[in-house]
Design a protein around this ligand. Sequence first.
Ligand SMILES: Cc1ncc(COP(=O)(O)O)c(C=O)c1O
Length: 422
Amino acid sequence: MRAAQWFKPHPPYASHGEGCWVVDVDGRRILDCANNFFSLIHGHAFPPILDAVHNAMIRGTAFGLPTESEILLAEALAVRNSRMEQTRFCNSGTEAVLSALKAARAITGRGRVAKFEGCYHGAYDWMEVSLDPTPVNWSDENGDPASVRLGLGMPQSVLNETVVLPYDDPQRCADILRREGQSLAAIVVDPLASRAGTVPMSRETTAVLREACQRDGILLIADEVISFRLSFDGASRSFGLEPDLITTAKIIGGGLPIGAVSGSADLMSVFNHSEGKPKVAMGGTFSGNPLSMAAGLASLAHYSQSAIERLNGLGDQLRNKVKDGFSVRGVKATITGMGSLFRLHLGAAHVTGYRTAYANPEAAQLIRQIQFAMLDQGVLLTPNCSGALSTPMTETEISLIADKLVAVVAKELAEHESGAVA
Ligand SMILES: Cc1ncc(COP(=O)(O)O)c(C=O)c1O
């Protein structure tokens, strides 16, 4: 079982799903805002995806040969975003990010990489640096974000090779990049990073990245594994980012395992193996498998401009309802997010990035209690109380999520405060 899904005494075990509902083995219907960690944009058992997978499956599940469906999905991405001129597929977001980083190292001839404090980009060692630093260790002697080990087993060399940037301090970010830029192969950025609070990265910071990349010949990798859902062409353009490589996963696989690296034909030629040994090898037994390709094609075909606008509108409604509910009831909490993504935060602080989103152990425990209480009320959130909407949802589900979230947070905080006073 994946670590993030475990809690005591045991989580509900899923039996099946229908639209935005998941049914557990005891027959209980739960409104699913976790959507397998934001990968099911159309919820569960979406008929066009089931049909597409069925049609692909009866022709065979995996081949040691390329299939047409790989080309079709790559073309579907290229149509959405001209920066995704060519795409190579793999099986997860982790693999997509690590392949993009290997490409950047091969293209620039440099070894070091930069990422933003707290931000998650999968399980590649360099991307696990400073994933969960605390106030005790998050700054170095200059007050810059330190490179902090995620856990035992991370070599010192990985820490030395990873520059950590502040998500919400453009001046400091610029200073660090001026100092370190010429040693960097790539900067990896998710402009709506969940661990940095699910708050949009500022235009000032994205401008700093653009300038540093141009000045020092660094490749910009936009990690849109989650944020690709924000608009028809993904997230970068609306944040003023001009990425060299884009990594995607989750919704582009329609609920099946997938990852993808995309970029211009020129940069993507680093993976080219048609002329002999490629500069960077990108393989994988199940990479580009026809079931994921078919599911992904159906998923994107139904995630049209109008579907995106409707879903993002529901996201705005949800955040507004929750904010109003908190304010009417005097609850010291807030909800952040954009488009169809949201995250709960406790306290009155204005959340701008990892440090202002940071929950101390007591607050983190309370957040977990709220997740359990929401589950008790029949709404599934992720462990840090974030969520993602899916296209089967309507205003009815939005009201249900908002009402329950406001009531649960109000109750849990009141009980916590009375416990603290007693
Ligand atoms: C922004 C981002 N990048 C990369 C990943 C890794 O993707 P996967 O879990 O498919 O390896 C995730 C996973 O949640 C993610 O949120």
